[in-house]
Design a protein around this ligand. Structure first.
Ligand code: MG
Ligand code: MG
Length: 259
């Protein structure tokens, strides 16, 4: 079912989305070679609890942690563990919170130390895919316009667009209709109406678009073992211009201060 939100409800989703951005910024302060994803998970868990909210992923369909931490060839749904991150790695960190009965859901791919030019380009293009997708999230457009914007930019750069996992509606549930694929055709799919809130989340692979799931029942990896990037924003559909509810501002402030 598609739920259209009132302005008051959109404000509450924004509050949750901003808390996710602040949580990821707190996590960003701790990201460096040697740190484990389990340590980052604890930082996020405690930060969310300290802000009168619940970690949105913890226990969701049985997920064991507060963050999804997906390293290198892991696309999404990676489970935090005690393996130290090392120079040249990337880690996609996806975070959800539940506050005032509404979810926020946002993701960012971080560099560990110095990464290769090739992977830098992947992160840059994936972030551009998110920006181009979000720009299509306005009344009158359709879900296919969002996917088309993402797919055409990723493929023009020679990257693979994951098909099996998609963006989604967001609200009192972490995943609501409609599904928001990162591929598609212009003018196709659900019509975007005012009050619809979407989590838009390109997952872009350096190599093949194909993925598989690890035996842990969660982690999705690229089938060729090449790296993958993931960025996610929560967006309310409005007339003329999309209303982006989440932000990378806090994260990027921290990253800049670390340079
Ligand atoms: Mg997410
Ligand atoms: Mg999501």
């Amino acid at each position: 079912m598609v739920f259209l939100k009132t302005n008051e409800e959109i404000e509450l989703i924004k509050e949750s989305s901003l808390l996710v951005g602040k949580t990821l910024a707190e996590v960003a302060k701790h990201i460096e070679p040697g740190v484990t994803t389990l340590m980052l998970d604890k930082v996020a868990h405690d930060f969310i609890k300290d802000h009168d909210a619940e970690p949105g992923f913890l226990g969701y369909n049985g997920f064991p942690n507060s963050l999804c931490t997906s390293v290198n060839e892991q696309v999404v749904h990676g489970i935090p563990n005690d393996i130290p991150l090392k120079d040249g790695d990337i880690v996609s960190i996806d975070c959800g919170v539940l506050k005032n009965s509404f979810y926020g859901d946002s993701a960012y791919t971080f560099e560990i130390g110095e990464i290769s030019e090739e992977i830098k380009k992947l992160l840059e293009v994936t972030k551009e895919c998110l920006k181009l997708s979000v720009a299509q999230a306005v009344t009158g457009n359709r879900v296919g316009d969002i996917g088309y914007a993402c797919q055409s930019h990723a493929e023009a750069n020679g990257f693979g667009v994951v098909r099996e996992l998609v963006g989604h509606g967001l609200g009192k549930n972490l995943h609501e209709e409609p599904q928001v694929p990162n591929y598609g055709r212009r003018g196709r799919g659900t019509k975007l109406k005012e009050g619809l809130v979407l989590a838009i989340e390109p997952m872009i692979n350096l190599g093949t678009k194909n993925v598989r799931q690890l035996k842990d029942g969660w982690t999705i990896v690229t089938s060729d073992g090449k790296p993958s990037a993931h960025y996610e924003h929560d967006v309310a559909i409005a007339k003329g211009e999309p209303l982006v509810l989440s932000t990378f501002e806090y994260i990027e402030e921290v990253l800049k201060s670390k340079k």
